[in-house]
Design a protein around this ligand. Structure first.
Ligand code: PBG
Length: 331
């Protein structure tokens, strides 16, 4: 039956009816807050260093990271995800698996001070290598896939040993999920889950993150290992391979321009799906809001709801604290 018997507006005519038929929910517990933990000890820089392209996001010294974690727990966020900005870098990125490295120290500190909070760690080498690539290099400047696997696995184990609840490899090397799973199991961390950055695209939306983390490649780009934004089928193959290798959760990244993949991954796997609402997506909203062009609160909640509607169970977003406050004020 169509018009005039059917009138779609009937169920939209009051807040009560709209609430009753709302298909998608958004809760603070679904949100993950990324934290940039810096080993900078320079007192003059302070415990918090603003990131110009990401208003409201800061590089945090250890003490400030613990404060942020406490805030995240208080707001009921699902988890924090830690990124490290080490004091020094080398060709192999050895700071990544240093037991006294910045992420390892932060995990231990947060675990001790905010025991109820779930801690995820990003596993990659790009923040720790002098050249800024996500693995070790071959003579020709390309990333050596197989030699990198062992280093990623070592990094993941060091995070688990420090007390991370889940490790999230973001490097896009082939076989890393399997390598990490085997090493975690061998080292007694069989219960530590892996969130694979499974469909991670070579994206211009990561620009502000690279400024924040100091991880811009010194030469070339990441197209030799991250996905081509033009390729959806290939992205799905990547995801299914990560599932086969033992991923417990899979991620699509970036989020906003990749809703088709969020929904395809949700349909094609039976795993929880995470969407990473990345730095450039955050910066665009903040810049437009600061210019008075959009209503920040409304637009952020709409974006996050749309990612849930597309099929994401978990949302990794720099808006997490604000969104949690707005959601609490709504209810
Ligand atoms: C590290 C990593 C990146 C992001 C998450 N992990 C950067 C990259 O791949 O260049 C991007 C996150 C964001 O833009 O918010 N490999």
């Amino acid at each position: 039956m169509a018009f005039p018997q059917t009138r779609m507006r009937r169920l939209r005519s009051s807040a009560g009816l709209r609430g009753l038929v709302r298909e998608t929910d958004l809760r603070a517990g679904q949100l993950v807050l990324p934290l940039f933990v810096s080993s900078a000890t320079d007192a003059s820089a302070g415990a918090r260093e603003p990131i110009a392209a990401m208003p409201g996001v800061e590089r945090l010294a250890l003490s400030a990271a613990v404060e942020e974690a406490r805030l995240a727990a208080g707001l009921g966020l699902g988890a924090v995800m830690l990124f490290g900005i080490p004091a020094g870098k080398d060709e192999h990125g050895s700071g990544a698996w240093d037991e006294e490295g910045v992420v390892q120290l932060a995990v231990r500190a947060i675990r001790a001070e905010v025991p109820e909070l779930l801690i995820l760690t990003d596993v990659c080498l790009c923040e720790y290598t002098t050249h800024g690539h996500c693995g070790v290099l071959l003579e020709d400047g390309s990333v050596d896939n197989d030699a990198t696997l062992e280093l990623l696995a070592r990094t993941a184990v060091s995070h688990a040993r420090a007390g991370a609840d889940m490790v999230a490899p973001s490097d896009m090397m082939d076989g890393r999920v399997r390598a990490i799973r085997e090493e975690l199991d061998a080292e007694g961390f069989g219960e530590t889950p892996i969130l694979a950055y499974a469909a991670k695209f070579a994206s211009a939306f990561y620009g502000p993150f690279r400024e924040a983390a100091g991880s811009t490649p010194a030469f070339g780009d990441r197209r030799g290992y991250q996905l081509d934004p033009a390729n959806g089928r290939e992205a799905l193959r990547e995801v299914l391979l990560d599932v086969q290798e033992g991923a417990d959760m899979v991620m699509v990244k970036p989020a906003l321009a990749y809703g088709d993949l969020i929904s395809a991954v949700k349909r094609e796997t039976r795993l929880p799906v995470a969407a990473y609402n990345v730095s450039g997506e955050y910066s665009m909203v903040k810049a437009a809001a600061a210019a008075g062009h959009v209503d920040e609160r409304a637009i952020v909640l709409e974006i996050l709801t749309s990612l849930r509607r597309a099929g994401a169970d978990v949302l990794i977003t720099y808006h997490a604290k604000d969104a949690a406050r707005w959601l609490a004020a709504q209810s």
